[in-house]
Design a protein around this ligand. Structure first.
Ligand SMILES: Cc1ncc(COP(=O)(O)O)c(C=O)c1O
Length: 377
């Protein structure tokens, strides 16, 4: 088979991971339908417990989505009006959105030019006397230097929250994402490394007080075990049994799927000329999970167009840094040049469990054809 025979390569194909659990999910859903236990069911408790263990945390609290996981965590920590929260500007908008939903102000930080992650220096540059917390984002499924980030937040007396929406079972120096901050917030949006058949999310934490508060707040602020006693202003952000059953069924595949993603990324790393398209660096202490395969190119839009003409789907994560998005410019304090340059250059290549090695080889060869030789930023 020649590379030309491989055909088109979509940016993402969820069929392989869906098929892996189809029978098991249908059987579990049948039980849920028999019992009509749609909310607070056994699958929710089972998944929460097993997922917390994967993250090295004592508690798992399912939520309706990852945005709520972040927003409820910040609110449960008492962060609100008058407070500032440092967030990297090169993230999915939900990180900043959660801060604003909590009533606080995002303080946008720039990032390291090689890893595109927060660093102690970039955090400190964004801290003001009003700063209460830092949300560190494990962007693309990789981990920044969490030891240094945590030392910085501890020294400055700030809370550390992890936005681990893209980093299920990623590790920094052997420790899992979600175990560094006071809480780790996850999304199970279908395209994530661990994805539901709809929207879902979770918070993991080893802080009993915080776990109790978030558990209450995701369920209208109910007192534990009570239906009519509301002790906090909460929300309706429960993980439902149908989605929990999907996640519980998928969880045992997560290590193998992550390994597959890493192997496919290695094909890119070996096959793509770094002078034409430069992968975003990963630190030696990070065992990332390659949620996205991101390279940097000049003339990004031309490269994407040329790849599309050759049948290769791509994405951009993200085209506009948060501080330049219209609802968030009011929080911007000045240019953030590293993130702004990256936003013009990043392109995400196809990567998903079930993608074949030959497909990655074809994409790598086409990237070399389409990207300007010697033009990598
Ligand atoms: C970095 C990051 N934070 C937060 C979220 C929000 O998660 P959700 O879409 O489940 O609300 C996402 C996912 O979309 C994300 O990638």
């Amino acid at each position: 088979m020649t590379l030309a025979d491989v055909g088109t390569v979509p940016f993402l194909d969820l069929q392989p991971v869906t098929e892996a659990v189809r029978e098991e999910v249908l059987a579990r859903w049948s039980t849920i339908l028999d019992e009509c236990s749609f909310i607070h069911g056994e699958p929710v408790r089972s998944f929460e417990k097993r997922f917390a263990a994967v993250c090295g945390a004592t508690h798992g609290i399912g939520t309706a989505n990852g945005t709520d996981a972040l927003h409820l965590t910040l609110r449960a920590l008492g962060i609100g009006a008058g407070d500032e929260v440092v967030v990297p500007t090169n993230t999915f908008v939900a990180t900043a959105e959660a801060v604003v939903l909590a009533g606080a102000r995002p303080s946008f930080a720039d990032v390291d030019p090689s890893t595109l992650m927060l660093t102690p220096a970039s955090i400190e540059a964004a801290v003001t006397p009003r700063t209460r917390a830092v949300v560190v984002v494990h962007l693309y499924g990789q981990m920044g230097d969490l030891t240094a980030v945590r030392a910085t937040t501890e020294r400055l007396g700030l809370l550390l929250v992890e936005d681990a929406a893209q980093a299920h079972d990623a590790r920094w120096e052997g420790r899992p994402a979600g175990s560094f901050g006071v809480a780790g917030c996850f999304s199970f949006y279908p395209g994530k490394n661990l994805g539901a058949f709809g929207d879902a999310g979770a918070v993991v934490t080893s802080d009993d007080w915080l776990a109790d508060r978030i558990r209450s707040m995701r369920d209208h602020g109910r007192a534990q075990g009570s239906h009519h006693e509301h002790v906090l202003v909460g929300s309706n952000s429960r993980l439902d049994s149908l989605q929990a059953a999907v996640l519980d069924a998928k969880l045992r595949f997560l290590p193998a799927w992550n390994e597959e993603r890493r192997r496919l990324f290695d094909v890119y790393r070996e096959g793509i000329d770094p002078q034409a398209a430069r992968p975003v660096d990963e630190l030696p202490g990070s065992l990332g999970v390659r949620h996205l395969a991101v390279v940097r190119v000049r003339d990004r839009d031309d490269v994407r167009r040329a790849l599309a003409e050759r049948g290769v789907g791509t994405g951009i994560h993200y085209p506009t840094p948060c501080h330049l998005l219209p609802p968030y410019t009011q929080y911007a304090t000045g240019p953030l040049p590293v993130a702004e340059a990256a936003a013009r250059e990043v392109v995400s290549l196809p990567l998903y469990p079930g993608m074949r090695r030959e497909q990655a080889e074809r994409v790598a060869a086409l990237v070399n054809d389409c990207a300007r030789p010697g033009g990598a930023p």
